[in-house]
Design a protein around this ligand. Sequence first.
Ligand SMILES: [Zn+2]
Length: 140
Amino acid sequence: MQIVKNGEKCGCGSTGCYQSYASTTALLKLAERKLGKKLNGKKIFDEVHKNNLEYKKVVDEWADYFTDGLATLIYIFNPSLIVIGGGVSKQGNFLKDIFQKSLETKVMKNYLDILEMKMAERGNDAGMLGASYLLLEKIK
Ligand SMILES: [Zn+2]
């Protein structure tokens, strides 16, 4: 799903894809570009928790891209539940609140009233656990 016209080149061959702006990898690339150093997600969020405004600005910009795509998905599917997975899910309610505040500026209230957002209970392992489950089901 393209969210930025003529944006970053994506692994799929297209440009401006949601994945290129909303993933944890995208956050790390954005932080490197804006802050001039290679960082991991933990370091970025540690600085945000310390109220480092430079880092907060990077996370807010990334969250803005994240919720741009999410807003489109909400309008298409009108879901009652969205589960956020990946490494950033470790940030729990702290990140969920950033996403929710951003979504409130982009999505009509009646869509958000019925929507619950959760962080994946299995965090970054959720995808691998799901793939393992499918494999085990197939072997049975
Ligand atoms: Zn792509």
